[in-house]
Design a binder for this molecule. Structure first.
Ligand SMILES: [Mg+2]
Length: 191
C-alpha cells in the first residue's frame, strides 16, 4: 500500500504551496501527468522541494478518505498491510502522522524509487498493491500481480488505456475495501 495520494492527501497541500509560489491558482484536475514537472513550468527539483516542505508540516496533511483507518483495520482480517513508500517525507514525520491518524499497519517500509516497490513486494510475498502511480501499476501488472488504483487525474490516461483484469480502478476507499475483500484468498492474494 502506497502512502502519498493513496493514504495521505499530500498533493492537495502541494497544490496550495505551489499556487503561492507560482502566484497562480492551480487545480488538481490540471495534474494529468504523474510527474508534475511535465505539465507545469517547474523543474523536477522544485516539485520535490514542495513535497518535502509539505511533509515538514504533516499536521496539515489530511487523509485521502476519512474511512481509511477503519478500512485498513478491517482488511487486516484478510491481509498483512505493508505501507511501502518512495515518499520524500522524513520517516519520523510520517510515522508520527500515521500514528496521529490512527492507522494500524503491519510494516512501514521506505524505498528509494517507486520501481523498488515491486521488487520489495515480490520479496515480501505481496500479491495485491494499492497505489495511484501508473508506473508502479505497470510493473505490478507485468509481474502478474493485482493493483487497486485510487482514481486521480494523473492516472486517468493509464486506466483508460489499460485492459488488464488485474487492474482495479476505484473511486474511493469503500470501493477499494470491497475489491480487496473480494480478492482475498484468490490466486494473487495472501491471507
Ligand atoms: Mg502515491
Amino acid at each position: 500500500m502506497d502512502l502519498d495520494d493513496t493514504i495521505a492527501n499530500t498533493t492537495d497541500e502541494w497544490i496550495k504551496e505551489a499556487s503561492l509560489r507560482l502566484n497562480k491558482e492551480l487545480h488538481k484536475e490540471e495534474i494529468i501527468e504523474y510527474h508534475i514537472n511535465e505539465i507545469l513550468d517547474m523543474d523536477r527539483e522544485s516539485v520535490s522541494a514542495i513535497y518535502r516542505k509539505v511533509w515538514e508540516t504533516p499536521d496539515s496533511i489530511k487523509l485521502v478518505d476519512r474511512r481509511i483507518p477503519r478500512i485498513i483495520e478491517d482488511l487486516k482480517e484478510f491481509y498483512e498491510v505493508f505501507i511501502i513508500t518512495a515518499t520524500i517525507g522524513r520517516r519520523e514525520n510520517i510515522l508520527k502522522w500515521l500514528g496521529s491518524q490512527g492507522i494500524a499497519y503491519d510494516r512501514f517500509i521506505m524505498v528509494e524509487h517507486a520501481r523498488n516497490k515491486t521488487e520489495l513486494g515480490g520479496d515480501l510475498g505481496v500479491s495485491v498493491f494499492v497505489d495511484d502511480n501508473p508506473n508502479v501499476a505497470k510493473f505490478v501488472l507485468e509481474e502478474g500481480k493485482g493493483i487497486v488504483m485510487p482514481k486521480q487525474p494523473w492516472n486517468a490516461k493509464f486506466i483508460d488505456s489499460n485492459t488488464s483484469n488485474r487492474l482495479f480502478p476505484v473511486s474511493d476507499w469503500e470501493e477499494a475495501r470491497i475489491v480487496l475483500e473480494g480478492l482475498a484468498g484468490n490466486q494473487w492474494a495472501h491471507a
